[in-house]
Design a protein around this ligand. Structure first.
Ligand SMILES: [Zn+2]
Length: 283
């Protein structure tokens, strides 16, 4: 039987945050069985916590932001940490952060994978819990299509298309395991179409954005500091983001998700539908 996991010791990373542009440090700490993932804002009086569950999502523009209605604590861009935790099967942890947003690092989830592995993985005494589909979930929203079918593992098949260059029509499908995540998804960096940069900056976002942590799509080209890490790096990053957003159901997810052009708003809508299915099953 699979058991729940937490981290053995503490891991830490520091750096610039993408949207707020502030320097921040994140530490990951062990937590008891059935805690789930708690973010703790140690820069706020009383170090308030917010649980990483879909009920606490308050913003999905450009990143997934969670907030606690009781403590007032909020954290911007949780998806890369959540993705690494989900993929490495860390069910319980406290993520301490000394600001509103974790470091973006190189724009990928790799630093968070390394943070968790350096802390070590500790098996616990309660069985792991899985979200499993009792029925398919399918919906369309504008040009986005999402379908989730029952499966005995987590498989994601994703298509992106931004209409800027032939390079940005990408498809990738993979079964997410700790191994495949590290090899196929963890290194994929965040990106932004150049035409959207102006509105992103006008909205006060991406203050810490640069070619050190993002790929820019412009005029038929992909602009990055050191070439591409995968020929289809964009779609792999989208899958990595989705692995993080899905973990907001509060359990490891089993299902085959097929996506055409989804993003945080529709990922969170899917997670809400998944949570609703779980509640209906338990009633
Ligand atoms: Zn991302």
């Amino acid at each position: 039987m699979d058991m729940q996991n937490t981290v053995k010791g503490a891991g830490k990373i520091s750096g610039i945050a993408l949207h707020t542009g502030a320097r921040a440090s994140v530490r990951i700490l062990p937590a008891p069985e059935n805690t789930g993932i708690l973010f703790r804002r140690i820069d706020m009086p009383g170090a308030p916590e917010v649980k990483a569950v879909v009920e606490n999502v308050v913003d999905v523009r450009r990143a997934t932001t969670i907030a606690s209605r009781t403590t007032g604590a909020f954290v911007v861009l949780v998806e890369h940490i959540m993705s690494a935790l989900h993929a490495l099967h860390i069910d319980n942890a406290v993520v301490e952060i000394d600001g509103p947003e974790p470091p973006i690092a190189d724009g990928s989830a790799n630093s968070y994978v390394e943070m968790i592995l350096s802390a070590g993985i500790q098996e616990q005494s309660a069985p792991a819990e899985y979200w499993k589909a009792t029925a398919p979930i399918v919906f369309e929203e504008g040009s986005v299509m999402l379908a989730l079918l029952p499966a005995d593992d987590l498989r994601i098949s994703f298509t992106v298309e931004y209409g800027i260059s032939p390079l940005d029509m990408q498809f990738f499908s993979c079964t997410v395991t700790p191994d495949s995540f590290r090899k196929e998804l963890a290194l994929a960096r965040t990106f932004c179409p150049y035409r959207e940069l102006e509105q992103v900056i006008a909205a006060g976002l991406a203050k810490g954005g640069s070619l050190d942590n993002a790929i820019i799509l412009h005029d038929g080209a992909l602009i990055s500091n050191d070439g591409l890490r995968y020929s289809n790096e964009l779609v792999r990053h989208k899958i990595m983001d989705m692995v993080g957003d899905l973990f907001l159901v509060g359990k490891r997810v089993h299902g085959h998700i097929m996506s055409i052009k989804s993003g945080h708003p529709t990922h969170v809508r899917l997670a809400q539908a998944m949570s609703a299915q779980e509640k209906a099953k338990n009633n």
